[in-house]
Design a protein around this ligand. Structure first.
Ligand code: N01
Length: 502
């Protein structure tokens, strides 16, 4: 193998060593391609599963499904594994498939521009300049923590941190703690910190829909069975997959059927919260599934504790030692934890990428109006592939299934180009527009468009995040690489297009 770490040119540069980048790298290796590097801004593998270390951090998709299909793990300790176990699994995969030598640690992509003359990506990173024929973006939508724009927040004199950047040095014992947000992250760490703190003020803007998680440890006999008989684990995985896919029927095709689920969730709420005032606060006011459905066995019980208060009044401002609501109530606090999510639709990476006409991707997308063909390629950005690109997100099952679909598509595309001696591919704008019109039409009747405000919807009211359908339909459309929708340029010196937009 060439000296990967010293090279100034690589056929393929992958950005990010989370599940997307790692899956891509492994598939490249498996297809016999070794000429790639991964730029990773952290000093470790894992992406969001490395960054998020808040107490109780775990996956809300069962681990037998939330793992690579080509690297089943018979030893998952629980149905829903915790962050350390998921991270250790990723690290093992990286070692097993010899991916680590390809990674440039602490090397964020700072800029990348497509050069039409040499048909290459010119990349800038702290490591110096780099060229690549192909650029694959696997930075993921959950990589940039979002702090709320609350007046005075940055001047808070106590301790302030985001859930994705947990301050483990800071001891919360005996403190008055404000938690802002009640999304997937908050509901996992609130039950963990509640017994420690003297007072927990939970600032809730929108009540989430919550179902029991029913987590359990996996008995040794089952691990042994899965180790000795991998088919048994595949069957389990298939069963979980179908069970999860069933949920897409309500979310995508028959939102009226979600009423059944709503009644079940409300029954769960009634069983867990006896105080009618608190129950009222925790009752969602939008359709089930419009925002991510959450799973928890311990969130509601934690809210019943006497040291917890759920505050639904809006925050007006943060003062040096307190939080003030719009009703004039002032709450003294020692620490504020923002569990306020991520920059998902307005990915900062788009401001670093210049395409064929020298235009930033953020300009092409007019800020957060992201569009791609199959969520993977973008007109004007030759030889660039997105992983978990626009409209590939899910509300019901494992993102790793989507990542693998995309990764397989990219490997097929690269193989086709190599076979046909092609240097450059660029999706035709007409194909991209047609695809996105179809996606937006399909989204119109889904639950995600039923009126709630969620991070799936961008500032222009367009859902640029969610895949509106069964995941096997996404996989089916990714099964074949169709060169006809791309403009292809051969490797000949004059680099004439071998096919042009029709
Ligand atoms: O973030 P979120 P998260 N004032 O965006 C509130 C994945 N994930 O970190 O609903 C007050 O879901 C906001 O309120 P509202 C998963 O994909 C997966 O929890 O917008 N509140 C909301 O309550 C998930 O979707 C796992 O009204 C403000 C919260 O902050 C994604 O990560 C585990 C506010 C943000 O919720 C993000 O989850 C954890 C403001 N100014 C996370 N701004 C798995 O298990 C925002 N909020 C796989």
């Amino acid at each position: 193998m060439q000296n990967i770490s010293a090279s100034r040119h690589s056929r393929i540069v992958i950005v990010g060593a989370g599940f997307s980048g790692l899956g891509m790298a492994i598939r490249l290796k498996q297809s016999g391609q070794d000429d790639f590097i991964i730029l990773e801004r952290a000093g470790e593998i894992g992406g969001t599963w490395y960054e998020n270390t808040y107490p109780g951090c775990a996956c809300d998709v069962p681990s037998h499904l939330y793992s690579f299909s080509f690297a089943l793990n018979p030893d998952w300790s629980r149905l829903f594994s915790s962050q350390p176990e998921i991270w250790a699994y990723m690290r093992r995969c990286a070692e097993q498939y010899d991916i680590l030598p390809h990674i440039r640690w602490k090397t964020p992509l700072q800029a990348a521009a497509w050069d039409q003359t040499d048909q290459m990506w010119h990349i800038t990173s702290p490591d110096g300049p780099l060229t690549a024929q192909f650029l694959i973006l696997g930075q993921g939508p959950l990589s940039e923590p979002s702090l709320p724009a609350i007046p005075g927040l940055m001047d808070f004199q106590g301790t302030l941190f985001h859930s994705a950047q947990w301050n483990h040095q800071h001891d919360l014992s005996g403190e008055k703690v404000a938690v802002i947000g009640t999304g997937a992250s908050a509901i996992q760490f609130v039950p963990q910190i509640q017994p420690k703190v003297s007072r927990l003020l939970l600032f809730q803007r929108t009540a989430p829909w919550i179902f029991p998680r029913l987590d359990k440890s996996i008995p040794q006999w089952q691990k042994t069975l899965f180790r000795r008989l991998p088919l048994a684990q595949r069957l389990m995985r298939g069963f979980i997959y179908l069970q999860r896919e069933y949920r897409a029927i309500g979310l995508v095709y028959k939102p009226d059927k979600l009423k059944i689920g709503e009644n079940l969730a409300l029954k769960f709420l009634r069983h867990r919260i006896s105080d009618p005032k608190l129950r009222q606060k925790l009752t969602p006011n939008y359709s089930l599934g419009c925002k991510r459905i959450l799973l928890s066995d311990d969130f509601y019980p934690a809210l019943n504790q006497p040291n917890v208060e759920v505050i639904t009044e809006r925050i007006a401002e943060v003062r040096p030692h307190s939080v003030l609501t719009t009703t004039g109530q002032e709450y003294p606090v020692d620490t504020i934890i923002c569990a306020t999510g991520f920059h998902t639709t307005d990915t900062p990476l788009a401001r670093l990428l210049k395409g064929r006409e020298g235009k930033l991707l953020s300009e092409t997308w007019h800020g957060d109006n992201a569009q791609a063909y199959l969520g993977t390629t973008v007109a004007g950005y030759p030889n660039m592939f997105l992983l978990i690109g626009p409209n590939t997100g899910l509300g019901h099952t494992s993102m790793i299934y989507m990542i693998e679909s995309q990764v397989n598509y990219i490997v097929k595309a690269l193989a086709t180009l190599q076979r046909q001696n092609i240097q450059t591919l660029e999706v035709q704008a007409i194909a991209q527009d047609h695809y996105n019109r179809q996606i937006q039409t399909r989204l119109q009747t889904t639950v995600w468009q039923s009126g709630c405000k969620s991070w799936y919807i961008n500032s222009q009211g367009r859902n640029t995040t969610i895949w509106p359908g069964f995941t096997f339909n996404f996989r089916r459309q990714m099964r074949r690489f169709d060169p006809a929708v791309y403009t292809l340029r051969s490797k000949t010196p004059d680099r004439q297009p071998v096919s042009t937009p029709s």
